[in-house]
Write a protein that binds this ligand. Structure first.
Ligand SMILES: [Zn+2]
Length: 57
């Protein structure tokens, strides 16, 4: 499993929740491209798309 290091505050938007790009549920988490996504969803996506850098920091 790909473990993302999303401890950085840049990956957390305290001002608003937006629908996760993968599961559609609200999340304050953001990818490095500011795409709303849960960390666990992004990790699952990375597992299913090896070689993609979509959600990598
Ligand atoms: Zn999600």
């Amino acid at each position: 499993m790909a473990l993302l290091n999303w401890q950085d505050a840049r990956h957390f938007d305290a001002t608003q929740n937006l629908p996760c790009a993968l599961c559609g549920k609200p999340t304050p988490m953001r990818s490095h491209d500011r795409e709303p996504v849960h960390k666990v969803c992004a990790e699952d996506w990375c597992d299913q798309h090896p070689g993609s850098i979509r959600f990598h920091s």
